[in-house]
Design a binder for this molecule. Structure first.
Ligand SMILES: C[S@@+](CC[C@H](N)C(=O)[O-])C[C@H]1O[C@@H](n2cnc3c(N)ncnc32)[C@H](O)[C@@H]1O
Length: 291
Protein backbone atom coordinates (compact mmCIF):
# COMPACT_ATOMS: atom_id res chain seq x y z
CA UNK A 1 0.00 0.00 0.00
CA UNK A 2 3.06 2.28 -0.01
CA UNK A 3 2.39 4.01 -3.39
CA UNK A 4 -1.12 4.99 -2.45
CA UNK A 5 -1.55 8.61 -1.62
CA UNK A 6 -5.12 9.73 -2.23
CA UNK A 7 -8.11 8.93 -0.03
CA UNK A 8 -9.92 7.61 -3.10
CA UNK A 9 -7.14 5.08 -3.78
CA UNK A 10 -7.03 3.93 -0.17
CA UNK A 11 -10.81 3.62 -0.18
CA UNK A 12 -10.76 1.41 -3.30
CA UNK A 13 -8.00 -0.76 -1.92
CA UNK A 14 -9.70 -1.11 1.47
CA UNK A 15 -12.94 -2.13 -0.20
CA UNK A 16 -11.07 -4.76 -2.24
CA UNK A 17 -9.33 -6.18 0.84
CA UNK A 18 -12.55 -6.40 2.82
CA UNK A 19 -14.33 -8.07 -0.09
CA UNK A 20 -11.41 -10.48 -0.39
CA UNK A 21 -12.05 -11.89 3.11
CA UNK A 22 -15.77 -12.28 2.42
CA UNK A 23 -17.20 -9.17 4.07
CA UNK A 24 -20.60 -8.66 2.41
CA UNK A 25 -20.99 -4.90 2.24
CA UNK A 26 -17.33 -4.10 1.72
CA UNK A 27 -18.11 -0.74 0.05
CA UNK A 28 -20.08 0.60 3.02
CA UNK A 29 -17.70 -0.82 5.60
CA UNK A 30 -14.65 0.67 3.86
CA UNK A 31 -16.36 4.04 3.79
CA UNK A 32 -17.32 3.85 7.48
CA UNK A 33 -13.78 2.86 8.51
CA UNK A 34 -12.21 5.72 6.55
CA UNK A 35 -14.79 8.23 7.76
CA UNK A 36 -14.08 7.10 11.31
CA UNK A 37 -10.33 7.67 11.02
CA UNK A 38 -10.70 10.91 9.07
CA UNK A 39 -13.43 12.06 11.47
CA UNK A 40 -15.73 13.22 8.68
CA UNK A 41 -19.37 12.54 7.80
CA UNK A 42 -20.55 11.17 4.43
CA UNK A 43 -20.53 14.57 2.73
CA UNK A 44 -17.11 15.47 4.15
CA UNK A 45 -15.73 12.16 2.92
CA UNK A 46 -16.89 12.79 -0.66
CA UNK A 47 -15.36 16.26 -0.60
CA UNK A 48 -11.98 14.85 0.47
CA UNK A 49 -11.76 11.90 -1.92
CA UNK A 50 -8.97 13.50 -3.98
CA UNK A 51 -6.97 14.70 -0.95
CA UNK A 52 -3.60 13.09 -0.25
CA UNK A 53 -3.16 11.23 2.97
CA UNK A 54 -0.81 12.20 5.73
CA UNK A 55 1.40 9.12 6.39
CA UNK A 56 0.36 9.05 10.09
CA UNK A 57 -3.30 9.00 9.12
CA UNK A 58 -2.52 6.30 6.58
CA UNK A 59 -0.93 4.20 9.35
CA UNK A 60 -4.06 4.59 11.48
CA UNK A 61 -6.21 3.50 8.54
CA UNK A 62 -3.96 0.46 7.99
CA UNK A 63 -4.38 -0.47 11.64
CA UNK A 64 -8.20 -0.30 11.67
CA UNK A 65 -8.39 -2.16 8.37
CA UNK A 66 -6.13 -4.89 9.77
CA UNK A 67 -8.51 -5.24 12.74
CA UNK A 68 -11.50 -5.61 10.43
CA UNK A 69 -9.63 -8.12 8.23
CA UNK A 70 -9.17 -10.21 11.39
CA UNK A 71 -13.00 -10.09 11.56
CA UNK A 72 -13.30 -7.79 14.54
CA UNK A 73 -16.83 -6.31 14.29
CA UNK A 74 -17.04 -2.89 12.68
CA UNK A 75 -19.02 -1.51 15.65
CA UNK A 76 -16.21 -2.35 18.10
CA UNK A 77 -13.67 -0.64 15.85
CA UNK A 78 -15.65 2.59 15.45
CA UNK A 79 -16.97 2.35 19.04
CA UNK A 80 -20.67 2.91 18.46
CA UNK A 81 -23.72 1.74 16.53
CA UNK A 82 -27.18 3.04 15.68
CA UNK A 83 -30.03 1.39 17.54
CA UNK A 84 -33.67 2.42 17.21
CA UNK A 85 -33.28 6.21 17.30
CA UNK A 86 -30.11 6.50 19.39
CA UNK A 87 -26.38 6.06 18.97
CA UNK A 88 -25.06 3.42 21.39
CA UNK A 89 -21.46 3.32 22.65
CA UNK A 90 -20.13 -0.25 22.36
CA UNK A 91 -16.90 -2.13 22.90
CA UNK A 92 -15.90 -5.74 23.39
CA UNK A 93 -17.45 -5.79 26.90
CA UNK A 94 -21.00 -5.82 25.47
CA UNK A 95 -23.08 -7.47 22.80
CA UNK A 96 -23.55 -5.24 19.76
CA UNK A 97 -27.25 -4.24 19.68
CA UNK A 98 -29.12 -5.96 16.84
CA UNK A 99 -32.04 -4.73 14.68
CA UNK A 100 -34.22 -7.58 16.05
CA UNK A 101 -33.97 -6.03 19.51
CA UNK A 102 -35.61 -2.87 18.16
CA UNK A 103 -38.78 -5.00 17.89
CA UNK A 104 -38.46 -5.82 21.60
CA UNK A 105 -38.31 -2.07 22.28
CA UNK A 106 -41.27 -1.35 19.98
CA UNK A 107 -43.36 -4.08 21.65
CA UNK A 108 -42.54 -2.61 25.08
CA UNK A 109 -43.42 0.92 23.94
CA UNK A 110 -46.74 -0.30 22.48
CA UNK A 111 -47.59 -1.82 25.86
CA UNK A 112 -46.50 1.32 27.73
CA UNK A 113 -48.60 3.60 25.51
CA UNK A 114 -51.72 1.96 26.90
CA UNK A 115 -50.71 2.44 30.56
CA UNK A 116 -51.04 5.40 32.89
CA UNK A 117 -48.95 6.37 35.89
CA UNK A 118 -45.24 5.78 36.44
CA UNK A 119 -44.33 2.29 35.29
CA UNK A 120 -41.53 0.47 37.06
CA UNK A 121 -39.54 -1.38 34.43
CA UNK A 122 -36.73 -3.90 34.77
CA UNK A 123 -34.34 -4.60 31.86
CA UNK A 124 -32.60 -7.87 32.64
CA UNK A 125 -29.36 -8.54 30.76
CA UNK A 126 -28.99 -4.88 29.87
CA UNK A 127 -25.54 -5.13 28.21
CA UNK A 128 -24.88 -1.76 26.58
CA UNK A 129 -28.12 -0.45 28.10
CA UNK A 130 -29.61 0.07 24.63
CA UNK A 131 -33.07 -1.23 25.57
CA UNK A 132 -33.31 0.67 28.87
CA UNK A 133 -32.07 3.94 27.36
CA UNK A 134 -34.42 3.77 24.38
CA UNK A 135 -37.46 2.96 26.51
CA UNK A 136 -36.61 5.69 29.03
CA UNK A 137 -36.33 8.29 26.27
CA UNK A 138 -39.74 7.38 24.85
CA UNK A 139 -41.49 6.92 28.18
CA UNK A 140 -40.50 9.92 30.33
CA UNK A 141 -42.61 8.76 33.26
CA UNK A 142 -40.82 5.38 33.54
CA UNK A 143 -38.26 4.37 36.14
CA UNK A 144 -35.96 1.56 35.09
CA UNK A 145 -33.58 -0.85 36.79
CA UNK A 146 -31.00 -2.25 34.36
CA UNK A 147 -29.50 -5.55 35.56
CA UNK A 148 -26.49 -7.51 34.35
CA UNK A 149 -24.13 -10.14 35.78
CA UNK A 150 -21.25 -8.48 33.96
CA UNK A 151 -19.72 -5.51 35.79
CA UNK A 152 -17.85 -4.70 32.57
CA UNK A 153 -21.12 -4.46 30.66
CA UNK A 154 -22.64 -2.25 33.36
CA UNK A 155 -19.75 0.22 32.91
CA UNK A 156 -20.67 0.55 29.23
CA UNK A 157 -24.38 0.82 30.12
CA UNK A 158 -23.50 3.68 32.50
CA UNK A 159 -21.68 5.49 29.69
CA UNK A 160 -24.80 5.30 27.53
CA UNK A 161 -27.11 6.28 30.38
CA UNK A 162 -24.91 9.28 31.19
CA UNK A 163 -24.63 10.25 27.54
CA UNK A 164 -28.42 10.58 27.33
CA UNK A 165 -28.61 12.14 30.83
CA UNK A 166 -30.90 9.42 32.13
CA UNK A 167 -29.07 8.71 35.40
CA UNK A 168 -32.06 10.05 37.34
CA UNK A 169 -34.40 7.42 35.91
CA UNK A 170 -32.22 4.38 35.14
CA UNK A 171 -30.34 2.61 37.92
CA UNK A 172 -27.86 -0.13 37.02
CA UNK A 173 -27.62 -3.15 39.25
CA UNK A 174 -25.13 -6.00 39.34
CA UNK A 175 -27.24 -9.10 39.86
CA UNK A 176 -28.00 -12.58 38.59
CA UNK A 177 -31.44 -12.20 36.97
CA UNK A 178 -33.90 -11.19 39.74
CA UNK A 179 -32.06 -12.95 42.56
CA UNK A 180 -31.92 -9.90 44.84
CA UNK A 181 -34.99 -8.17 43.52
CA UNK A 182 -37.68 -6.94 45.91
CA UNK A 183 -40.23 -4.61 44.31
CA UNK A 184 -43.26 -5.42 42.14
CA UNK A 185 -42.49 -4.96 38.43
CA UNK A 186 -44.89 -3.48 35.87
CA UNK A 187 -42.84 -4.43 32.82
CA UNK A 188 -39.91 -6.81 32.51
CA UNK A 189 -37.93 -6.65 29.25
CA UNK A 190 -35.10 -9.04 28.55
CA UNK A 191 -32.78 -9.91 25.71
CA UNK A 192 -30.90 -12.61 27.58
CA UNK A 193 -28.47 -15.08 25.99
CA UNK A 194 -30.44 -17.65 23.98
CA UNK A 195 -27.99 -19.28 21.57
CA UNK A 196 -27.73 -23.01 22.29
CA UNK A 197 -24.23 -23.86 23.58
CA UNK A 198 -23.97 -26.49 20.85
CA UNK A 199 -24.47 -23.82 18.11
CA UNK A 200 -21.85 -21.33 19.30
CA UNK A 201 -18.97 -22.87 17.32
CA UNK A 202 -20.92 -22.37 14.05
CA UNK A 203 -21.48 -18.62 14.50
CA UNK A 204 -19.83 -16.00 12.29
CA UNK A 205 -16.28 -15.22 13.46
CA UNK A 206 -17.31 -11.64 14.31
CA UNK A 207 -19.75 -13.02 16.88
CA UNK A 208 -18.03 -16.21 18.02
CA UNK A 209 -14.55 -14.76 18.43
CA UNK A 210 -15.29 -11.21 19.62
CA UNK A 211 -18.63 -10.82 21.39
CA UNK A 212 -18.76 -11.83 25.08
CA UNK A 213 -19.60 -15.51 25.43
CA UNK A 214 -21.66 -14.59 28.50
CA UNK A 215 -23.91 -12.50 26.24
CA UNK A 216 -24.53 -15.36 23.80
CA UNK A 217 -24.62 -18.72 25.50
CA UNK A 218 -28.12 -19.75 26.59
CA UNK A 219 -27.06 -23.22 27.72
CA UNK A 220 -28.05 -26.50 26.13
CA UNK A 221 -31.08 -25.82 23.88
CA UNK A 222 -30.72 -22.06 24.47
CA UNK A 223 -33.68 -21.40 26.78
CA UNK A 224 -32.03 -22.19 30.08
CA UNK A 225 -31.69 -18.58 31.31
CA UNK A 226 -35.14 -17.55 30.06
CA UNK A 227 -36.62 -20.53 31.87
CA UNK A 228 -34.90 -19.44 35.11
CA UNK A 229 -36.16 -15.88 34.90
CA UNK A 230 -39.72 -17.00 34.14
CA UNK A 231 -39.63 -18.99 37.35
CA UNK A 232 -38.28 -16.06 39.40
CA UNK A 233 -40.52 -13.46 37.76
CA UNK A 234 -43.75 -15.01 39.04
CA UNK A 235 -43.04 -13.47 42.44
CA UNK A 236 -42.50 -9.94 41.09
CA UNK A 237 -44.73 -9.16 38.11
CA UNK A 238 -47.70 -7.02 39.09
CA UNK A 239 -51.15 -8.48 38.41
CA UNK A 240 -51.58 -6.45 35.20
CA UNK A 241 -47.92 -6.41 34.26
CA UNK A 242 -46.07 -7.79 31.25
CA UNK A 243 -42.88 -9.65 30.36
CA UNK A 244 -41.28 -9.25 26.94
CA UNK A 245 -38.41 -11.48 25.81
CA UNK A 246 -36.30 -11.78 22.71
CA UNK A 247 -35.89 -15.42 21.66
CA UNK A 248 -33.96 -17.31 19.00
CA UNK A 249 -34.82 -18.99 15.70
CA UNK A 250 -36.97 -22.10 16.25
CA UNK A 251 -37.50 -21.46 19.98
CA UNK A 252 -41.04 -20.00 19.83
CA UNK A 253 -43.06 -23.14 20.60
CA UNK A 254 -40.91 -24.16 23.55
CA UNK A 255 -40.69 -20.61 24.90
CA UNK A 256 -44.47 -20.23 24.66
CA UNK A 257 -45.00 -23.51 26.50
CA UNK A 258 -42.61 -22.36 29.25
CA UNK A 259 -44.46 -19.06 29.52
CA UNK A 260 -47.82 -20.82 29.83
CA UNK A 261 -46.44 -23.14 32.49
CA UNK A 262 -45.40 -20.19 34.67
CA UNK A 263 -48.21 -17.78 33.70
CA UNK A 264 -51.14 -20.06 32.79
CA UNK A 265 -53.74 -17.26 32.62
CA UNK A 266 -51.69 -14.73 30.70
CA UNK A 267 -52.17 -13.61 27.10
CA UNK A 268 -49.16 -14.82 25.15
CA UNK A 269 -48.12 -13.31 21.82
CA UNK A 270 -45.30 -14.08 19.43
CA UNK A 271 -44.06 -11.29 17.19
CA UNK A 272 -42.07 -11.84 14.00
CA UNK A 273 -38.85 -10.09 13.09
CA UNK A 274 -38.05 -8.61 9.66
CA UNK A 275 -37.13 -12.07 8.36
CA UNK A 276 -40.42 -13.64 9.49
CA UNK A 277 -38.81 -15.43 12.47
CA UNK A 278 -40.90 -15.53 15.67
CA UNK A 279 -38.53 -13.37 17.68
CA UNK A 280 -40.42 -11.73 20.54
CA UNK A 281 -42.39 -13.48 23.26
CA UNK A 282 -44.82 -11.12 24.98
CA UNK A 283 -46.64 -12.25 28.12
CA UNK A 284 -49.44 -9.94 29.28
CA UNK A 285 -50.96 -10.67 32.65
CA UNK A 286 -54.65 -9.99 33.01
CA UNK A 287 -56.44 -9.01 36.20
CA UNK A 288 -58.48 -12.16 36.63
CA UNK A 289 -55.27 -14.15 36.90
CA UNK A 290 -55.24 -13.29 40.62
CA UNK A 291 -58.94 -13.29 41.50
C1 LIG B 1 -27.77 -10.92 24.50
S1 LIG B 1 -26.97 -9.76 25.58
C2 LIG B 1 -28.14 -8.44 25.44
C3 LIG B 1 -27.59 -7.08 25.73
C4 LIG B 1 -28.59 -5.94 25.44
N1 LIG B 1 -29.77 -6.04 26.26
C5 LIG B 1 -28.98 -5.93 23.98
O1 LIG B 1 -30.13 -6.25 23.69
O2 LIG B 1 -28.15 -5.60 23.13
C6 LIG B 1 -27.33 -10.52 27.12
C7 LIG B 1 -26.81 -9.84 28.37
O3 LIG B 1 -27.29 -10.61 29.50
C8 LIG B 1 -26.29 -10.66 30.48
N2 LIG B 1 -26.55 -11.84 31.32
C9 LIG B 1 -26.26 -13.14 31.06
N3 LIG B 1 -26.69 -13.93 32.07
C10 LIG B 1 -27.27 -13.10 32.97
C11 LIG B 1 -27.91 -13.32 34.24
N4 LIG B 1 -28.01 -14.54 34.76
N5 LIG B 1 -28.39 -12.24 34.91
C12 LIG B 1 -28.27 -10.98 34.40
N6 LIG B 1 -27.68 -10.73 33.19
C13 LIG B 1 -27.20 -11.77 32.50
C14 LIG B 1 -24.98 -10.72 29.69
O4 LIG B 1 -23.89 -10.30 30.47
C15 LIG B 1 -25.31 -9.79 28.52
O5 LIG B 1 -24.90 -8.47 28.81
Amino acid sequence: MSDITSIKDVFRQTEGMLRGVGIDDAFTEARILLQHVLDVDGAGFLLRLDDSLDPRVKNTIDEVVRRRLRREPLAYIVGHIEFYDIDVIVDSRVLIPRPETEILVETALDWLRERHGNPYIVDVGTGSGCVAVTIARHCPQANIVAIDTSRDALEVAMQNIDHYELGGRIIVRHDDLLRNHELPIDLLVANLPYIPTEDIHGLMPEVRDYEPRSALDGGSGGLHIIQNILLQARDFISSTGALIFEIGFGQAAEAKALALRHFPFAEIRLINDFAGVERILAIHLVDDENP
